[in-house]
Design a protein around this ligand. Structure first.
Ligand code: FES
Ligand code: FES
Length: 242
């Protein structure tokens, strides 16, 4: 019987230098790859640690962010109730804070400090504005009127008198703003300015209706709810020619 050696030779070679099973060689490969990766990663890790330790040496951990540089105060000249006020204030100071904290005119009240209540209403060049929403530096050279400037030296203004006669206040906190607003409201109506309640903007009504007063005074809130008497006071002042 013939014997084919060509088929036996590999078998003999296998017997002398056995090839490891496939799963063993795969395990070795994975082990050496992991070792190489660890060796390669170590210097990088070391470098990171060194860098971070160097950083921590130069920059202490948890150091607070440095504050932005302060904007220096500057001279601001305001004309309030016919008087000149030379103030030294930061440009970010609102007109409301300038009036109350720097000029000492505390009649103007701070309610919300965000333009919602109208307690801070003052007149600038005869127009009403919320003093909490504007910066004092923007009003140099303009005529500013606060509640302290509505009356003459000896007499309350017509609108102030009407508020007293109509008992148009309870706690009084909103009243300075209401008085300034009512003063401008009557001037605006006299100048023919329409409001959202004006029925026909092409004609100017002779009388200020209660609906017009409510609409025109709607920017001034009263927590005590004295609205009925406030409207009556504005109506009276209008009838008296204010
Ligand atoms: S304090 Fe200015 S609107 Fe309220
Ligand atoms: S009177 Fe008190 S908030 Fe108007």
């Amino acid at each position: 019987m013939s014997h084919d050696r060509s088929h036996d030779a590999p078998a003999a070679a296998d017997a002398q230098s056995p090839t490891p099973p496939a799963d063993t060689s795969r395990r070795r490969f994975l082990q050496s790859a992991a070792a190489a990766a660890a060796l390669g990663a170590t210097p990088h890790l070391h470098a990171q640690q060194t860098a971070s330790s160097n950083d921590s040496a130069s920059e202490p951990a948890n150091e607070p962010a440095s504050a932005p540089p302060a904007v220096p105060a500057q001279p601001v000249q305001l004309t309030i109730n016919g008087r000149e006020y030379a103030l030294h204030i930061e440009p970010r100071v609102t007109l409301l804070d300038a009036l109350r904290d720097y000029a000492g005119l505390t009649g103007t009240k701070k309610g919300c400090d965000r333009g919602q209540c109208g307690a801070c209403t003052v007149l600038v060049e005869g127009r009403r504005i919320n003093a909490c929403l504007t910066l004092a530096v923007m009003h140099e050279g303009q005529r500013i009127t606060t509640v302290e400037g509505l009356a003459s030296a000896t007499q309350p203004s017509v609108i102030q008198r009407a508020f007293v006669e109509r008992d148009a206040l309870q706690c009084g906190f909103c009243t300075p703003g209401q008085l300034c607003s009512a003063t401008a409201c009557l001037s605006e109506f006299a100048a023919g300015t329409a409001s959202a309640a004006t029925v026909d903007v092409r004609t100017r009504p002779a009388q200020l209706s209660d609906a017009e007063i409510r609409e025109r005074m709607s920017g001034n809130l009263c927590r005590c709810g004295a609205y009925v008497n406030i409207v009556a006071a504005v109506r009276d002042a209008h009838s008296a020619g204010a």
